[in-house]
Design a protein around this ligand. Sequence first.
Ligand code: PLP
Length: 830
Amino acid sequence: PDNTSELRPTHPLALAPVVAPAASVDGFAKQFLQNLNFDQGVTLSSSDVNDQYLALAYTVRDYLMARWFDDRAKQKTQQAKTVCYLSAEYLLGRQLDNNLLAARLTDIATEALAQCGIDIDAVRAVEIEPGLGNGGLGRLAACFIDSLATMSVPTIGYGIRYEYGIFRQAFADGQQVEQPDAWLRMGSPWDFAHPEAAQTISFAGHTETYDDEGVERTRWVPEWNVLAVPYNMMVPGYHNGRVNTLRLWRAVATNAFDLHTFNSGDYVESVRAQTFAENISKVLYPEDSTPQGKELRLQQQYFFVAASIADFIDNVLPDDFDLEGLPERVIFQLNDTHPVIGVPELMRVLVDEKKLEWDAAWAITQKCFAYTCHTLLPEALEVWSVDLLGRLLPRHLEIIYRINDAFLLQVREQFGDDELLIRNMSIIGEHPYRSVRMAYLATVAGSKVNGVAELHSQLLRDNVLKDFATMWPDKFTNVTNGVTPRRFLRLANPDLSALITEALGAGWTVDLERLRGLEALADDADFRERFAAVKAANKRRLSRVLEARGDTPLDDGHMLDVMIKRLHEYKRQTLKVLHIVSTYEGIVSGRLDVDDVQARTFLFGAKAAPGYGMAKRIIHLINAVGEVVSADERVQGKLKVLYPANYNVTLAESIIPAADLSEQISLAGKEASGTGNMKLALNGALTIGTDDGANVEIRKLVGDDNFFLFGMSEPEVEALWAEGYRPSDFYQQDDDLRRAIDLIASGAFSGGDRTVFEPLVSNLLYDDRFMALADFRSYLDAQDRVDAAYADQDAWVRAAILNVARSGYFSSDRAMRDYLDRIWHAAPVS
Ligand code: PLP
C-alpha cells in the first residue's frame, strides 16, 4: 500500500510504500518512545502505566498497519466472497497480548520495554477488556473472526460499539450488584473512528406509494434518523500477515444539538435529541438466554444491521457493482436472530432504492443470508410485536408481510390447506399478541440454518423448526462450535503450550488436530510428570491472580472443580450447590469421615441477568453456602467455595488452565452447545457432564473413560415430562437429597432465617423446570467416581492428557472450515 490513491503527490515519501517499523528490539523501542512522546504527550520518566499501555498498543498497531491497508484495499478489487459476520455481541477479551502474538512481537516488545525500564506484565494488567457481549454467543463471534483472519478468509465483523459493555459484577452481602462497565474510560487504542464514513439510519414515519415513470413504487418517509459512525478494529491473523476488520457502529445525533433552542436558553432541551440518539449504542443489554423485548433493543438491532448492509454495498463493493452478483460477493451470517431485521432491510434497499423487481431481489436476498440458531429454550426465541415493529420500521413490516404471504402460499402448495400448519409456520404469530417471529423469518430467508452442536441441530430439526425442516430438509445443517486455540491455549496456558510445542513442534497452533500426537505421550511417565507440573504451576498462577484481585487464594493439594458460565437455571448451578451441601452435611452429621473426603475447591464464575430474580437468588445461595462451608472447622479445610466476582474473558484465561474438573451439568436438551466445555477439555480438565450440547461430542472424542457422564438423556427427560414430573417424589425418596434441601431450608446458610432461600427451595420442590432433583442421585454417583479417579493421580493425569490430545476438533478453525464448506461456499484468499 502507498499514500497515493486519487491524489497527485509529488513528495517522494508520499510515493513510497507504507512500511512497518523495524521488527527489532531497537526498532520497537524507538517506535514505542515516539508514541509515548507524540501520541500520549509524556516523556518516559513522566509516564504512568496507562500511558505506557496506550503507547504500547499504538506501537503494535503501527506494525500491523501496512498489512491492514493492503487487505482493505484488496477487499474492493478482489472477486472473492466476503464473509460479513453480523453479531450484536463480540466478547473480545483483552487485545494487547493477542495482537502481540499474532504479529510475532511478544519477545521483542518484552525486551524493548525492559530496556526502557518497564515490566510488560504491569502494563498488560491495566488493559480493560471490551466486554461487548454476554457470554458464549459473543465469545463465539470473537473466536470466529480470529480464525477467519488466521485462515486468510476475507471477513468483516459487524457489530455495535457499546459505550458500556456487560456490567461489572460486585457482591454485597453475597448478592450481586451491577456496576457500569466504563471500558472506554482510559482510552481505546485499538479502534479507529471514521466519522466521515458515517451512515444515516432512519426510523419511524410512514410509507407511501408514488409513480416512478409509470411504475408504482413504495418509499419510506422516516421521521427521525441517527448517524452510525464506524469504529474499525484490526483483527490480525496468527503469523500470516493478514489483518481483517471488525467494524463496530456508534450512534451519534445527526444535529449535535439544536442551536435555536440552545440560544433560547433551554440547554437541557437542546441536547435532548443528542442524548436520545446516542442512547442507541449506549449499553449492551445484559440478557443471556432470554431476549429483551424493548424498543431500544430493536433500535440497536436495526441500527447496526442497516449501517452494515449500507457500508458493504456503498463502501466495500466497487462503484459499478451489479447487485445481481451480490450472492457471489457476500454472505451475511446472522449470529442468532438479533440481526434478522437485515433481511427486510436488504429487500428494502434492493427494491425501493435500487429498483430491482421483488422476485429478483428476493432471489438475491435468500442467497445472501444464513442463520445460526443458538438456543432450544422456547422463551429465548425472539419475537417483536407487530405494533412496535410497525411503528419503528413501517416499511420493514410491510416487507415482512409480503415475504410471509409468498411463503404461506408455498406452504399451501406443498402441504395443502392445513390451517393449523399454516398458523404454526407463519412468520406472524397471533398469540398472545400479533408478533413477528424472528427465527422463522431467518429460516424462511436464509440459504442455510445451522445449529451449533450435533444434538442441538438434531433437536432444531425434530422440534423447534420441525415443519421448516420437513419443507426444506437441505436447508438445515450443523456446525459444531469451536474455540480459538491462540487465545485459549497458546496465550492462556503458555507452559502447556511450550510443553506441546516441545513434543510436537509449533504447527498445532493453526492445526489443532496435531494434538493427537500427545496420545502416545499419555503413557510416558516423564511426560505425565511434566504435564502435572504445568497444571500445578497454573493453579499457583491462578491463586496469585485471585489474591491480587482481593479474592481468596487457592489451597494446595485441592482438586479444582470449576463451574464458570452465565448463571441460568437450565445450566443448573443449583445442582452443583446441592452436591456441595450434601457433602458438607455428610461431614457435619458424622456420616462422612472428613479424612476420607477429597479436598476440593469449588470455583464459580457467573453473572446473572439483572432482572432474573431466581438466578440472583442462586448467586446469593452459592455465596452463603461458601461462607459457611469454607469456615466450618469440622470440615478441616477440605471443602472451599470460591466465587470471584465479575467473571469475564480475562478471568477465564486464568481459571481454565488451572482447572481439574469441568462442570457441564445442564439438563439434557437445553444447552445448545457450550464453548466453555471445549476450552476446559483443551486445557486438560476432565468433564463431569450430561449428554447435552457439545458435551456429547466431547465425550465421544475423549472417550468414556476420560469423561464422567451422568443424568438423563434427552429422550429420558422427555419421557419423564410426559409421565408427569414431581420433584417432591425425588426429595422424599432420596435421603441425601432430602437432608441437603432441608439444611438449606433450615436457615443454616442464612443465619437461621428460613425465609431467605424459601422461594428457591419451593421452586425446587414444586416446580424444578430443569429437573435438578431428578438428576441428583446420578450426579452424586458420578462425583464419587470423580473422587475415586482423582485418587489415582497417574491415571487422572493420563486422562487429562488424552482430553487435550483429542480436543483438536474443537478448534474454531475447524468450525470455520465447516461454515466455508457447508454454508458460505467461500474460500480463503492467500
Ligand atoms: N462467559 C465467558 C466470559 C466465557 O469466556 C465463556 C466461554 O466460552 C462463556 C461465558 C460461555 O460459557 P459456557 O459455554 O460454559 O456457557
